[in-house]
Structure formats: structure tokens, C-alpha cells
Design a protein around this ligand. Structure first.
Ligand SMILES: [Fe+2]
Length: 188
């Protein structure tokens, strides 16, 4: 089932190195399906932002890798796939480091639930945003942080950045039901 979750038609495939990490971790198929969805939405989000605000500098590799691995610690804490819990966060970073993933990429696993820090980077905010909007969830506080970051980085007025982001996220949220159904089809 893991191979099916990794390869079934639907969201973009994960980067091959990430798929290999999930195989090595014997990840639950649902985790692989979830990471594909969030990675796919992060790619769409980056594409839209690149079209709409090309002057915004974002480390695309970091965002896509972060989205593709943020919950990898749930392979070792599978109960957190269906229930609350944050043990997967430090575990995920440790797991990635143990496979030789550079610290600046492993970090997303540890901080994806902790975006509300003054020093959160635009890359961290975008991974968290993708992890919400894939299922249609909107978070006004998070979106405000991204709006401010986009406005500051591009010189746009905050209202202009807000409308742009709102439009992009509304569009991405439209396919949430389809994504939830894909993910739910794979067992924990
Ligand atoms: Fe997630």
C-alpha cells in the first residue's frame, strides 16, 4: 500500500529522495498520501506566487522539501496521524538528520506547528500555509503574517498583498474535498 500511496495517479510524486526516506521508515500509507497532498499544494502555491509576485524571493527547494517531509516523524508516532500530539515534531527532525538531511531542511519537521514566532521565515510560513489550505482550512493570523512578509519583501501595499494571497488560497482550497478523499483512501 505504501508504494500505491507514493505512485497512484493524483498529486505530484514526492521528490525521489523523500520517497526513499518514507520507504526506509516503512511509513504508513496515509502519511505518504498526506505528504504528497501538502507537497502538491506547496508546489501550486509557489507557482502562483511566482506568477503573481515574481519579485518575492523564496527558496523553492526548501519549501517543497519541507512540505514533503514535515510530518515524517509520524512514521514513528502513527497515533498522531489520527489524533493530536506533537511528539512527531522533534522526532521528525531527528529522523531526517539521522539520514544526513542538512539541518536547514530537517528543521521544517520540527517547526511546522510553531509558525507564530517572530523569526519564522517565509519558507516556514509557506509550508504551514500549504499544510492548512490542502484541506480547505484558512487561518487569518497565519495569512496576515504571510501578507506582511509579501508586502515587506515586494514593496506592495498590504491590502494588495492580502487580496492577492486570498485569491490564490481560495483557488487552492477549492479542491480540498478531492484531496481529503485521496488521503482517506490509504490506511494508517
Ligand atoms: Fe501535515
Amino acid at each position: 500500500m505504501l508504494e500505491e500511496a507514493l505512485q497512484a495517479p493524483g498529486p505530484r510524486p514526492l521528490p525521489p529522495a523523500v520517497a526513499d526516506l518514507l520507504r526506509a521508515e516503512q511509513a504508513p500509507p496515509r502519511l505518504a498520501a498526506h505528504l504528497r497532498q501538502v507537497h502538491d499544494v506547496a508546489c501550486d502555491l509557489l507557482d502562483r506566487l511566482a506568477d503573481e509576485v515574481p519579485e518575492l524571493e523564496v527558496d523553492r527547494t526548501a519549501v517543497t522539501f519541507g512540505a514533503a517531509t514535515h510530518d515524517i516523524g509520524k512514521a514513528r508516532h502513527p497515533e498522531e496521524l489520527t489524533g493530536p500530539g506533537s511528539r512527531h515534531e522533534p522526532t521528525g527532525e531527528r529522523v531526517l538528520l539521522s539520514y544526513g538531511v542538512p539541518a536547514d531542511l530537517a528543521r521544517f519537521a520540527a517547526v511546522h506547528a510553531d509558525w507564530d514566532r517572530p523569526d519564522a521565515t517565509i519558507e516556514e510560513l509557506l509550508v504551514t500555509l500549504a499544510d492548512k489550505v490542502w484541506k480547505g482550512r484558512r487561518d487569518p493570523d497565519l495569512e496576515q503574517r504571510v501578507t506582511i512578509a509579501v508586502a515587506a519583501a515586494t514593496g506592495r501595499e498590504p491590502w494588495d498583498a492580502f487580496l492577492l494571497l486570498d485569491d490564490v488560497l481560495t483557488h487552492l482550497a477549492e479542491r480540498a474535498d478531492e484531496r481529503l478523499a485521496f488521503q482517506a483512501a490509504y490506511p494508517v
